[in-house]
Write a protein that binds this ligand. Structure first.
Ligand code: FE
Length: 347
């Protein structure tokens, strides 16, 4: 398994006959699979090494921090990528909408991944889960004072809420989940209410919101669960441990629909020339060995039932997830984006 900053563009079609693409047989060898990943090398390295060790299939991974969609669009059927790995249903759905994916069916994937975390048509598959939770100041938020997303929009929270850009893929998906649960009008009222309660203009990433709670700028923040693990164990930037210990995680809406859960996932590209190996790789990533590595390396929740959580993640307690199908939430992302514009959330 190799990490390259740029995948050799020597993999090209030797002929295009009508719609059929004929690739060079030597380059589409059985023993390889080409991956575009926005998931970081530190996480993927142990997973891909384990896959190669188990199957003998070599993985060529291109790590793309941004621009994957544009790149796949411009490469078209000449793209060397067989599969993609990205975070958030929004990114998976955008690739699907752009016609860059192909559906596959796999009994292993159907067995390992609960149906709400994969596309019913087989275009994408969730591999890890993360809840979008409330980080509350241990000292300034009383137990029980905040227990739901709705509380973030309640006037009692005026000037006390921090959140990253409303347009960030994580927040669009969160709002889309509220559209699914309560309808567009209620979702709009929620976005308006949260905006009215903000301590500052939306800015920074998820961790920056927790930092702002630590610094007293706000009392509650919205963020994904794994960041708690990343902050609490951060040896490179130990001040993040202080940010983490200044807050507690509140899993929202435990008395009704549950906390919004999103995924990181995988999908087979339309251009895939090593399709069988690509499916095999996704199957491997959904299996016990890989699920355990994901859980331990990145503080995420396994999608496969029965795989143990990392002890730190387990220490946050059990929670009830919103069980709305992510495919349904994905279909409300456009509406959510429009609502965020309508309320001028970031302004
Ligand atoms: Fe993230």
């Amino acid at each position: 398994m190799k990490f390259k900053s740029v995948l050799t563009r020597g993999i090209v079609c030797s002929a295009v006959l009508g719609a059929a693409v004929v690739s060079s047989p030597a380059l589409a060898a059985d023993g390889e699979v080409n991956l575009y990943s926005s998931r970081q090398p530190f996480l993927m390295k142990p997973l891909l090494e384990a896959y190669t060790q188990e199957t003998g299939v070599k993985v060529n991974m291109v790590y793309l921090t941004k621009g994957m969609l544009e790149r796949l669009k411009s490469e078209g059927l000449n793209s060397p990528a067989d599969l993609i790995l990205v975070s958030d249903i929004g990114n998976l759905h955008n690739h699907e909408k752009a016609g860059l994916l192909q559906p596959v069916s796999s009994a292993t994937l159907s067995a390992n991944i609960p149906p709400q975390y994969r596309d019913p048509d087989g275009n994408w598959f969730g591999l890890t889960m993360r809840a979008r939770v409330i980080y509350a100041s241990k000292t300034r938020v009383k137990p029980g004072e905040v227990s739901s997303y709705e509380d973030l929009a309640d006037p009692k929270m005026k000037g006390r809420v921090c959140i990253r850009s409303g347009k960030h893929v994580y927040n669009v998906s969160l709002l889309a989940s509220i559209v699914v649960a309560k309808g567009a009008a209620a979702a709009e009222a929620w976005a308006r209410g949260v905006k009215a309660n903000l301590a500052r203009k939306p800015q920074g990433n998820d961790r920056a919101q927790v930092k702002a709670v630590y610094e007293g700028e706000c009392d509650v923040a919205v963020g994904n669960t794994y960041y708690m693990g990343k902050m609490a164990t951060n040896e490179k930037d130990p001040v993040q441990k202080d940010w983490a210990s200044s807050v507690r995680i509140i899993f929202p809406n435990q008395n009704d629909r549950g906390a919004h859960v999103n995924i990181s996932g995988a999908a087979i590209t339309r251009s895939a020339r090593n399709k069988a190996n690509a499916i095999k790789l996704i199957e491997f990533l959904s299996g016990d060995r890989a699920q355990r590595i994901y859980a331990e390396t990145n503080f995420e929740y396994p999608v496969k039932a029965g795989v143990p959580l990392s002890p730190l993640v387990a220490s946050w307690g059990e929670f009830k997830p919103d069980t709305a199908y992510l495919s349904k939430i994905a279909n409300q992302r456009n509406t959510a984006t429009k609502l965020l514009d309508q309320v001028a959330f970031n302004k």
